[in-house]
Design a protein around this ligand. Structure first.
Ligand SMILES: Nc1ncnc2c1ncn2[C@@H]1O[C@H](COP(=O)(O)OP(=O)(O)O)[C@@H](O)[C@H]1O
Ligand SMILES: [Mg+2]
Length: 456
């Protein structure tokens, strides 16, 4: 594909040439130059109009393709559910339909469209050339034009008309690239576009921050949609090295608060300060490098256990890996793996249990030595035994860095320095386990429900 300077580099000399020819023809016979000009404009205008329609069809094809691609990756990710509902045949048929629709549009709408456009344009150009030739010939026979002028005009006209085709092709290249460029800009403008921008600048230098890990949420307000706030006036402080638990019903906004801390979204009101600095003033890559999160589902890449552990920090030493594995209780199951650290895990190797994945996730996060570590429901889907072992890991981490633990089961958070209770996007209680129990509020109620086994 050509770049814009190349397109301009072709377009400018061609236009100058046509202009020059036009001036010469005008000097010899103005009425031929008038026809020349009109035919020129009409062909260009017609081609561009048709081209616009074709580019629009191409855009639609892009949308179809994106749809098919996202559906494909969705089916692969959710293959367990697809199989469980015995929907393979249905998904297969739907995928076939989508691909057929794409093939139809791409062949009939686009490919044939360009062929027809080219054919129509060339035919009109040939006809125009003959009209000029015929008119000049007629004038020569009538004694209104010399043989010399006749030869000059017919040669120049055929030269000029033969330049229109490349100009139309350049317009085609330009139009197609322009539309994809517009789509790219649109994509970059989306709220997650900030992430796309980071991904594109992976090897640029970013500042190396170091934080004590004091986090202040000040009058923080946010909603995914403008008219439905998810967080309202969140106000509390986490001291350096403190372990703070966020609890509250599902949907109360805990994960959203963490997303704002990671700057995945911009708050609609209020600020988050880290060590007294507004996080939006920091370089986003440098800032995020100092944070780590362990999600409920830990992603495992195909490769060895060691590859997976070192994913966030490829330069970690073996001692550092061992240390992180000891803290995260990875060493508890290491000896069960056939080749220890070098065992292939993931789809193509040993499948790790939920608890093992969690511990791997914690060790991976620890290896980047973050100033702030977040656990988002890390123990929620685990059996009692695994939960105990993760709790042990959390206890070992407590006090070494600022830690935020989001947990569903209150047994996980009772040892936190501070518990923040969220309800419907607002902070309703803050205090230690004992303080909150004696207050007799929401935390107390949740606690009694869980103790009696009614709510797990
Ligand atoms: N990406 C999103 N787009 C729109 N709404 C969302 C999104 N993520 C979460 N929500 C909504 O925001 C509210 C809080 O969600 P979340 O922070 O995930 O709660 P929690 O983690 O406490 O269970 C919920 O009502 C949820 O439906
Ligand atoms: Mg959540």
């Amino acid at each position: 594909m050509w770049s814009y300077p190349e397109i301009a580099g072709q377009l400018i000399p061609k236009s100058v040439r046509i202009l020059g020819i036009f001036v010469i023809i005008c000097a010899i016979a103005w009425w031929i130059s008038a026809f020349f000009l009109v035919s020129f404009i009409l062909v260009l205008w017609g081609s561009l109009r048709k081209l616009k329609g074709l580019v629009k069809t191409e855009e639609n094809l892009d949308i179809y393709q994106e749809n098919t691609e996202s559906r494909t990756s969705e089916i692969i990710t959710n293959i367990k559910t697809v199989k469980a509902f015995a929907n393979e045949a249905k998904e297969y048929q739907r995928q076939r339909d989508r691909l057929e629709r794409e093939a139809k549009v791409s062949l009939w709408g686009i490919h044939i469209g360009y062929v027809k456009l080219g054919m129509a344009r060339d035919t009109v150009l040939e006809a125009c050339q003959f009209v000029v030739f015929g008119a000049a010939l007629f004038a020569t026979f009538g004694g209104k034009m010399s043989i010399g002028h006749f030869i000059t005009i017919s040669t120049l006209a055929s030269m000029a008309y033969s330049e229109i085709k490349p100009i139309c092709l350049l317009a085609e290249v330009f139009a197609r690239r322009y539309s994809s460029m517009l789509r790219f800009h649109e994509f970059m403008k989306q709220s997650d576009g900030q992430d796309a921008a980071i991904a594109l600048h992976t090897d640029t230098k970013y500042p190396q921050y170091r934080f004590d890990g004091k986090i202040e949420f000040r009058h923080l307000t946010f909603g995914y949609d403008r008219d439905r706030p998810v967080l309202e006036n969140i106000q509390f402080t986490i001291e350096p090295y403190e372990t703070v638990a966020l609890v509250g019903r599902s949907g109360s906004g805990k994960s959203t608060l963490v997303k704002l801390l990671f700057r995945y979204f911009k708050p609609s009101g209020g600020v988050i300060l880290i060590d007294g600095t507004n996080i939006t003033e920091l370089d986003i890559t440098g800032y995020r490098k100092r944070l780590a999160i362990v999600h409920q589902e830990v992603d495992i890449f195909n490769g060895t256990l060691l590859d997976n552990l070192m994913y966030g920090n490829p330069t970690a030493t073996f001692e550092e890996v061992q240390e992180a594995c000891a803290i995260a209780s990875v060493d508890e199951f290491l000896s069960l793996l056939p080749r220890g650290y070098h065992t292939i895990v993931g789809e193509r190797g040993v499948l790790l249990s939920g608890g093992q994945r969690q511990r791997l996730g914690i060790a991976r996060a620890l290896l980047v030595n973050p100033d702030i570590l977040v656990f988002d429901e890390a123990t929620s889907s685990l059996d009692y035994e695994s939960e105990r072992s993760i709790q042990l890991a959390m206890r070992r981490i407590q006090g070494t860095r600022t830690t935020i633990i989001i947990a569903h089961r209150l047994s996980t958070v009772r040892e936190a320095d501070k518990i923040v209770v969220l309800d419907k996007g607002e902070v309703v209680e803050i205090g230690s386990h004992q303080q909150l129990l004696s207050q007799g509020g929401i935390y107390h109620r949740l606690h009694s429900l869980q103790e009696s086994g009614e709510l797990l």
